[in-house]
Ligand binder design. Structure first.
Ligand SMILES: [Zn+2]
Length: 557
């Protein structure tokens, strides 16, 4: 599920400088990592019915659903959520490796490729977005700090910059401001600051207890707006905790379709310097004007090609007409990556957000459903399209791209089921065994189909009174809903302990429960796939008005 504002250092820079260290370290660490047991299953409460024997399912479908294996998903997830894929940021080598892995699994299941046609005209499994990604122009970077007695030359790896900066300052006077001295801050006069570079020490609240984050980030915003109000040439902050910087920003994706209206990256508020000599200079400086000066030069970010891919495979339907109508089952295979700049809350030295549950669990469920449903001889009437999206964490990028460049006609696409966080049962709201919830539960008539399939497979499908509607916009179903397609996200734990943190590991997934949930999903897909009536938006629910509008627009094309 998306959480906004992930700041990203330049990928190449991060991975080259950083990964070498990390990989060396993490392999040792992962071997050491004790396999954590999934939360002990408590006795299911009245809400969580124990699995009942399946009834009213044909032997062939029963066999296909039994094909869904906890061990198989464990195998897939232990690779996809491994440190080697470094949290599958968009774009990144880890994401690319994951896309190849998923395509290989679709090939193994015998799915029809649903992606772009190659030069031979033959379709592959990848739908590629030819975008650009910004990268800091390291070669044009220069930073020297002179405190009047010595000069420090700061390297690109010794700074952290969020956003992109084009600046050229030559020997600009330095003025030291004590971040923690509120009285002195209040008394600051414009003539002391204007046109100079402020050097200070802004604490990184993410290193503190989460309970302090709100307060500390508010204090930081106040400090920065106070200083910026006095028109400094620029602000730099020293960091004596980090070992190295996260680099010169970049990593911003540019969608050529939207480049025109896309505003550039926000100007960074300050530059963090991680350099021992500069810290020594800073400590020996008195607050206020100093004899020091600074020269800082950075060029506009470079734009590099970024090939990012949705992975698409099709189980072609059996009905001569309805086989050209489509039911999508999907999940996002990206996550937020790793490293200090990734917005990934580290745990000790582990700063890779592996995203096993978000949304590795959905991704391996799509793979497993593909291989299970592909065993059915009597295919459903409609075609089932299996898709894994890129860039969900950066704003539903892959699904929105699909909405604009559909691989299959949207007016022939009758439904979408998106799987999110279906692996962990240790929800922050208490154990979630043998149940699943759909966002926007009453938005279409698909809820009862999943409920009925749940009754046959021992899974309680329910409307989460608090989260159902507010979470409708928090994942990729939103992009297809905006295009008019009846679309929902199915989830087991909306919030769980390691959400967007380094502890979201594959060992903490409840694979047996996930297998049961996927049997319910599989049966639901087959039901929709065999139903000659396509799912519909619930016109009685005012929250569906704009989706209904979009759907009508599709039908008129
Ligand atoms: Zn997610």
């Amino acid at each position: 599920m998306i959480r906004v504002s992930c700041r990203k250092p330049t990928m190449r820079y991060l991975l080259t400088g950083f990964a070498v260290v990390l990989l060396g370290f993490t392999t040792a660490q992962s071997q050491q990592r004790k396999p954590a047991k999934p939360a002990p299953a408590k006795r299911p409460s009245s809400q969580q019915k124990a699995p009942q024997p399946a009834t009213g399912i044909s032997p062939e479908i029963r066999m296909a659903l039994d094909h869904i294996s906890a061990n198989s998903m464990r195998g897939h997830l232990s690779f996809i959520a491994s440190d080697m894929l470094a949290g599958r940021n968009t774009p990144s080598p880890g994401l690319e490796i994951a896309s190849e892995y998923i395509a290989a699994q679709f090939r193994r299941a015998g799915l029809e490729p649903g992606g772009d046609a190659g030069s031979s005209g033959e379709k592959g499994y990848f739908q590629t977005a030819d975008w650009k990604v910004t990268e800091a122009d390291i070669d044009s970077f220069e930073l020297t700090i002179n405190d009047g007695s010595e000069i420090a030359n700061v390297k690109p790896g010794q700074v952290s910059l969020s956003g992109e900066l084009k600046i050229d300052l030559k020997s600009v006077p330095l003025v030291k401001v004590d971040y923690s001295n509120a009285a002195a801050l209040a008394a600051l006069k414009p003539e002391l600051i204007a046109g100079k570079v402020v050097i200070t020490e802004i604490p990184d609240f993410r290193r503190e207890d989460r309970s302090l984050w709100m307060e500390m980030s508010r204090a930081r915003t106040e400090f920065l707006s106070k200083i910026r109000g006095l028109n400094p040439a620029f602000i730099i902050s020293v960091d004596r905790v980090a070992q190295f910087g996260t680099g010169l920003g970049g990593g911003r994706l540019i969608d050529p379709d939207r480049a025109a209206q896309a505003s550039g990256a926000p100007a960074p508020q300050f530059l963090t310097v991680v350099n021992k000599q500069v810290i020594k200079m800073f400590d020996s400086m008195a607050a206020g004007d100093s004899k020091g000066s600074i020269s800082l030069k950075t060029g506009p970010p470079l734009q590099k090609p970024a090939k990012i891919r949705n992975v698409i495979g099709v189980l072609r339907g059996s009905d001569p007409v309805l086989k050209d109508t489509y039911v999508i089952v999907s999940a996002h295979y990206d996550h937020v990556g790793g490293g200090p700049g990734a917005g990934c809350a580290p745990i000790g030295d582990d700063n890779i957000c592996n995203g096993a549950n978000d949304d590795g669990s959905g991704t391996v469920s799509v793979i497993e459903l593909a291989s299970a449903l592909a065993t059915i001889k009597q295919r459903p009437k409609r075609s089932i399209v299996f898709i894994t999206w890129f860039g969900e964490e950066k704003g539903l990028l892959g699904s929105r791209f699909y909405g604009k460049h559909p691989a299959f006609p949207l007016d022939q696409t009758v439904a979408m089921v998106n799987l999110e966080q279906v692996g962990r049962t240790d929800s922050s709201e208490g154990p979630q065994l043998n149940n699943a919830s759909m966002t926007g539960f009453d938005f279409t008539d698909m809820g009862p189909i999943f409920k009925a399939a749940g009754e046959k497979t021992g899974i309680t499908v329910y409307k989460h009174e608090k989260n159902s509607d507010p979470f409708f916009g928090r994942s990729d179903n939103q992009a297809l809903a905006d295009a008019g397609i009846p679309a929902h996200t199915l989830c087991v734990a909306f919030v769980y302990p390691d959400y967007h943190q380094a502890g979201d590991h594959w060992e903490k997934i409840d694979y047996e429960n996930m297998a049961r949930v996927n049997q319910m999903v599989g049966l639901s897909l087959l039901t929709i796939g065999d139903n000659t009536d396509a799912p519909k938006w619930n016109e009685a629910n005012p929250k569906t008005a704009r989706y209904l509008q979009a759907w009508k627009g599709l039908q008129q094309k």
